[in-house]
Design a protein around this ligand. Structure first.
Ligand code: NAD
Length: 324
């Protein structure tokens, strides 16, 4: 019988797909290295959320054919090992882009309307202080810079259109036509950060993007610029962001991701007023968790059974497996 390990919660609608295929589900809740090495030896596939799958764990998996990530980032899995051993790595590429882009719009609006402070004024009986609070802002007809025009960047562009804004995109790795087709304007990073009123980051974290935003960039940005990062912590240098926010170098910021997750309880970010935070939950709506669970499990069934429905776009290492 085909055995599938699930590491972390997978939506019931997804698990139903595995059961209907008559697969045995091995639900693992103890993620210690010793237990993983013991429980994964015979499994054909692993459905995984954020648990780390390191080389030494993977080396004990004698029957593994596919690792299916619940999400799109895969920095928790040793891709080199999977490539060397012709094991597929699948992601849920169709499930969460719209959800994360909604989270960005939520942060943009909360920051420019100062919703946290406005709520506090009313509750504390300071209604009339609205006349003394820093003026609120609009997105209407502003310049929005989207960094990275992949799945999420594109969905965000569609939603920003509703604000009648100019949408600038910096992504040197795609054809300009992909940008202009969606009625957005290609721009370089250095020009983009100078003209933007709103910036949203949708990049992978790598050597090129690590600390892409530090003091040097903040001083070039508009004083009223609002910066949101829902991609990966480490793209913004947190110490420098604190400096920029404390000194009103930029207007405000929103972070769903952090250099260290979870952040320490005494993280100095928590003291900053013109900053909103969320616990890396941009993709964790009820609807999205269901879509991700279903796509995670469909990837497994379609791959193992070589079904034509297999979405090759979801297979990160398809070239290494000679899939086309
Ligand atoms: P994607 O791979 O579809 O798109 C990334 C884009 O960035 C690509 O188009 C690529 O060409 C571009 N890019 C790479 N390096 C660049 C650079 N230096 N400058 C400009 N563009 C560059 O990825 P996605 O699905 O849109 O996800 C984007 C990020 O969001 C990833 O880091 C992902 O892990 C993260 N993410 C976070 C959450 C969350 O819950 N907060 C959920 C989903 C994804």
């Amino acid at each position: 019988m085909i055995k599938i390990a699930t590491l972390g919660n997978i939506h019931d609608e997804g698990l139903k797909i595995l059961r209907e295929s008559n697969y045995e589900i091995v639900d693992i809740s103890d993620f210690s290295i010793g237990n993983l090495k013991k429980c994964l030896t015979e499994v054909d596939a692993i459905a995984i959320r954020t648990t780390k799958l390191t080389r030494d764990i993977l080396e004990t998996c004698n029957s593994l054919k596919v690792v299916s990530r619940h999400g799109v980032g895969f920095d928790n899995v040793d891709l080199d090992y999977l490539n060397q051993n012709k094991i597929a790595l699948a992601i849920t590429g169709s499930s969460n882009a719209m959800t994360v882009s909604e989270h960005v719009i939520t942060m943009f609006l909360n920051l420019c309307k100062q919703s946290k402070l406005a709520d506090q004024l009313v509750r504390e009986g300071n209604f009339r202080e609205r006349n003394f609070m820093k003026e609120t802002l609009e997105i209407y007809k502003k310049n929005i810079l989207i960094l990275g025009f992949g799945r999420i960047g594109k969905e965000l562009a569609k939603r920003c259109k509703g604000f009648e804004s100019q949408i600038y995109v910096c992504d040197p790795y795609i054809k300009s036509k992909e940008i202009t087709d969606l009625k957005c304007i290609p721009v370089s990073f250095s020009k983009g950060i100078k003209i933007a009123d709103f910036i949203s980051i949708h990049l992978p974290l790598n050597k090129e993007t690590e600390y892409l935003f530090s003091k040097k960039e903040f001083i070039q940005m508009k004083k009223n610029c609002i910066l949101v990062n829902t991609s990966r912590g480490g793209i913004i240098k947190e110490d420098d962001l604190i400096w920029a926010l404390n000194n009103q170098i930029i207007h405000s910021a929103g972070l769903d991701v952090f250099e260290k997750e979870p952040p320490e309880i005494n993280n100095p970010l928590f003291k900053i007023k013109n900053l909103i935070l969320s616990p890396h939950n941009a993709a964790l709506t009820s609807e999205c968790k269901k879509r991700m669970g279903v796509e995670t499990c469909n990837n497994i069934v379609n791959f193992l059974e070589k079904k034509p429905e297999l979405n090759l776009y979801n297979i990160i290492n398809k070239n290494k497996l000679n899939l086309s």
